[in-house]
Ligand binder design. Structure first.
Ligand code: 5AD
Ligand code: SF4
Length: 434
C-alpha cells in the first residue's frame, strides 16, 4: 500500500506532513511516486487566503476523476479541514476522511476505518497532546534544515485571520523536549534547525523564548537556529538581545507589520501602533545593521484609504526591509473583518499591491548589493549543480546564493562553506568558494 501527501501553506504544514508521513510508514505504507501509484492521497491544506483554498478544490477535482478509474482513498487535513469539518464532505463527496490540525495522531485510525469501507470518517477534535507528537515518528524531508515545533496555536485575534480558528489556542512544548529533539537531530547530521510556532515569541514551555534559544544553542554541533513566526507585541528586549548576541541564532528576523497605518492596524486588531512597532524594532539597536529584516503586508484591508496605503509605503521606506511578503486582503469565513465595509475595487487593491512589491524588489536588490564583496558562511542546499551550472547555498541572512563551483568538485550537502559574494540580483546572490 502506498501513500502520497500533498502540502500547501506554511512551514507548520510542511512539518505536519513530515509527522503524518511518519505515521503512515509506521503503519506499513510506502511513499508513492505520484497520485498514479498511490492508494491513499492526503491533502494537507492551507486556508490563509482564498487562493490557497481554490488550489485544494482544483486538486480534489482531479482526484475525483482518478477515483472513477480505480480504488483510491482521499483524505483532507490541515487548516481547510479544521475550518470546514463535515462541510467538506458536502462540497466534495469524493473525500473519504477528514483529519483536523489538532488530531494528527488519529490518522492511522481514520485510514483504517476508511479502508474498511466506512464513509465520511472524521476527527477534528482538539487533542491536548497534539504538540507532543513523538519526534522519533517524524519522517523528515531530506533538506539541510530540520523543522521543530515549539508552540502550536495562537492567542491573538487579528480580525482578518483564520489561524486562531484552524490552529486553536496556544499549547507550549516543554523546553527539555525541544532540546532533546534538537540533540537527536544533530546526532542524525542536521546542523540547522528552525523553531516553529504561529507565534514563537509567546513561548512559555518552562522558560521564555529567548532562554529557549540560548538553551538550544548550547547543543553541541548545532550551527544555526532560525525561528518563525513572531508577533511584534511579544518581541521583547530580552529576545532582541539574544538575537544580537548569540552567534548561533541566524541574523534574520521576520516581524510581520501588516500595515503602516494606525487606523488600519486598529481595525486589524494588531494591538500596536506604528510607533510601538518601531520601538520594538529599535530593541535591536546597532545589531539591526547586521540582522536582515523581513515582514508581511496586507494591502486593501477594508476601509484602507489612499492615505493609509501611502503610510504603508512610508513605513517601507523608513524600515527598508531586506525582504517582504505582501498580499491583497482575502475575506475569510467566520472572521470579524467580514463585518467591515469593504468597498475598494479589486483593481485598486491589485494596483497597490503591485506598487508595494515593485518598491520592495528595489529595496531587496539594494540589500543584496550591499552584500557584494563580503566573505561569509553559507549552507550547501543542493546535492549537485542546478540547471544554470551553479550550486545552491543559503546564508544566515536567508539569502539564496548561486554558487560557482569548479568543474568536478563536489560540496557536502547540508554543511557550511566559506564563500565570497560576487554579485547580486533581486532574488539571489552570486558567489564563489572562498
Ligand atoms: N488575507 C490576506 N493575507 C492574509 N494573511 C493572513 N490572513 C490574511 C488574509 N485574510 C497574511 C498576513 C500574515 C501572512 C502569513 O499571511 O500577512 O502575516
Ligand atoms: Fe495556512 Fe496559516 Fe494554516 Fe499555515 S497556519 S497552513 S499559513 S492557514
Amino acid at each position: 500500500m502506498k501513500y502520497l501527501i500533498e502540502t500547501w501553506g506554511c512551514q507548520m504544514n510542511d512539518h505536519d506532513s513530515e509527522k503524518l508521513a511518519g505515521l503512515m510508514e509506521k503503519e506499513g505504507f510506502q511513499a508513492a511516486e505520484g497520485v498514479e501509484d498511490a492508494d491513499v492521497v492526503l491533502l494537507n491544506t492551507c486556508s490563509i487566503r482564498e487562493k490557497a483554498v481554490n488550489k485544494v478544490y482544483t486538486e480534489l477535482g482531479r482526484l475525483r476523476e482518478e477515483k472513477k478509474r480505480r480504488p483510491l482513498l482521499v483524505g483532507v487535513t490541515g487548516c481547510l479541514a479544521q475550518q470546514e469539518k463535515a462541510g467538506l464532505f458536502r462540497r466534495a463527496p469524493q473525500i473519504d476522511f477528514v483529519l483536523g490540525t489538532m488530531a494528527l495522531q488519529q490518522l492511522p485510525r481514520l485510514v483504517e476505518e476508511a479502508r474498511a469501507g466506512k464513509a465520511r470518517v472524521m476527527d477534528t477534535g482538539d487533542y491536548p497532546d497534539n504538540h507532543l507528537f513523538p519526534p522519533e515518528t517524524t519522517l523528515r524531508h531530506s533538506t539541510a534544515k530540520a523543522l521543530v515545533t515549539i508552540i502550536e496555536g495562537c492567542n491573538h485575534a487579528c480580525t482578518y485571520c483564520i489561524v486562531p480558528t484552524t490552529r486553536g489556542v496556544e499549547r507550549h512544548r516543554p523546553w527539555k523536549d525541544v532540546v532533546a529533539e534538537v540533540e537527536d537531530l544533530v546526532a542524525m547530521g542536521f546542523r540547522e534547525v528552525e523553531l516553529l510556532g504561529q507565534n514563537v515569541n509567546s513561548y512559555l514551555g518552562g522558560c521564555t523564548f529567548a532562554q529557549l534559544l540560548d538553551r538550544v544553542a548550547e547543543v553541541e554541533g548545532l550551527e544555526w537556529i532560525r525561528f518563525t513566526t513572531s508577533h511584534p507585541m511579544n518581541f521583547t528586549e530580552e529576545l532582541a538581545r539574544t538575537l544580537a548576541t548569540n552567534s548561533k541564532v541566524a541574523p534574520f528576523l521576520h516581524l510581520p507589520v501588516q500595515s503602516g497605518s494606525d487606523a488600519v492596524l486598529r481595525r486589524m486588531r494588531r494591538e500596536y501602533t506604528v510607533e510601538q512597532y518601531l520601538e520594538r524594532l529599535a530593541y535591536l539597536g546597532g545589531a539591526r545593521e547586521r540582522i536582515h529584516l523581513s515582514t508581511d503586508f496586507i494591502v486593501g484591508f477594508p476601509g484602507e484609504t489612499e492615505a493609509d496605503f501611502e503610510d504603508t509605503l512610508a513605513l517601507l521606506e523608513r524600515v527598508r526591509y531586506d525582504q517582504s511578503f505582501s498580499f491583497v486582503y482575502s475575506p475569510r469565513p467566520g472572521t470579524p473583518a467580514l463585518r467591515l465595509a469593504d468597498d475598494l475595487p479589486q483593481a485598486e487593491k491589485s494596483r497597490r499591491l503591485t506598487r508595494l512589491q515593485a518598491r520592495q524588489t528595489e529595496l531587496t536588490l539594494e540589500s543584496n548589493q550591499r552584500m557584494v564583496g563580503r566573505s561569509l558562511k553559507a549552507r550547501v542546499e543542493s546535492k549537485g549543480a542546478l540547471d544554470g551550472g551553479h550550486w545552491l547555498a543559503r546564508t544566515g541572512e536567508w539569502k539564496n546564493v548561486h554558487l560557482a563551483v569548479p568543474e568536478g568538485r563536489r560540496l557536502p550537502f547540508g554543511e557550511l562553506v566559506d564563500i565570497r559574494v560576487t554579485g547580486a540580483g533581486p532574488h539571489f546572490l552570486r558567489g564563489e568558494l572562498a
